[in-house]
Design a protein around this ligand. Structure first.
Ligand code: TMP
Length: 254
């Protein structure tokens, strides 16, 4: 048996060397963490659900011309992706006040924002991902002014697309976090969407009941996380493929 080369292990995913140069395999684990991994649990089935939901979202984004690192899904937990140089920023887009924004500004969770907000956080576990401005980003060389422009334009397109996608299945996209990478192709470099989009990285509320269908169920000890993620997958129409094929028994081939 050959052991695969592990390139990087994060809190919820592992990256392995891919089958060709310039590719990687992104493996979704069942680990759920919050508060910079101070809270940690294994949630059976989460990785499988996030792999499928992320595949669905990234395939659609590729189709509408938003460049992503996603190539194709390989199996229940893994996808083939392009190797990119991760830009060390967590880009948060918000449509409704919740979480750290509601706390920081003192507004009630659930207050609709008059326009979408983009925030940047510096990706550093040691520093607990501090919020930073464009000034910090260019001053410390984490991204160039052109890259920040590209990131903001892509983030708003992704927000528009996802807002509509989820609204169509009765879900309000409250906020989400995305990450970008530099894709090197010959003598060109471009910014593409990397990492993942899943209920781990979004706030998704049922439009009628405001029920939470995302990782806040884990952060806030509400339980029912797999059921909520399964509901998101079901509404997006990817649930059928998650179920084992019905046992029809042998079929006579004539
Ligand atoms: P926040 O309100 O805690 O700042 O989170 C904003 C959004 O970003 C929310 O959808 C959850 C997501 N998020 C992550 O994906 N990873 C993180 O480490 C944090 C803090 C938030």
């Amino acid at each position: 048996m050959n052991r695969r080369r592990r390139i990087y292990e994060g809190k919820a995913k592992v990256l392995y060397e891919g089958p060709e140069p310039g590719t990687l395999i992104q493996h979704f684990k069942d680990d759920a963490t919050a508060f910079n991994a101070k809270k940690h649990e294994l949630i059976d089935g989460k990785g499988v659900l996030n792999n499928r939901i992320c595949e669905f979202v990234y395939q659609n984004l590729n189709q509408i011309g938003v460049p992503t690192h996603f190539i194709r899904r390989l199996n229940m937990r893994e996808q083939l992706i392009r190797e990119v140089e991760i830009i060390p920023l967590e880009v948060v887009v918000r449509n409704v006040a919740a979480g750290s924004l509601a706390k920081r500004i003192g507004v009630e969770e659930g207050t609709a924002l008059p326009r979408s907000i983009i925030e940047f956080y510096y990706k550093s576990d040691a520093l607990e991902d501090p919020m930073v401005s464009e000034e910090h980003i260019t001053c410390f060389g984490w991204a160039s002014p052109q890259e920040i422009d590209d990131i903001m334009a892509l983030a708003l397109r992704i927000n528009d697309f996802l807002t509509g996608l989820f609204l169509g299945v009765g879900i309000r996209l409250v906020d989400f976090k995305i990450e970008f990478g530099r894709l090197y192709e010959n003598d060109l470099v471009r910014v593409v969407l990397a990492d993942e989009i899943s209920p781990d990285s979004c706030r998704l509320w049922d439009i009628q009941s405001n029920d939470k269908l995302d990782k806040d169920r884990f952060r806030r000890d509400m339980g029912g996380l797999v059921e909520a993620y399964t509901e998101v997958a079901r509404r997006l129409g990817i649930m059928n493929e998650l179920e084992p094929p019905p046992g029809r028994g042998p079929v006579l081939v004539k």
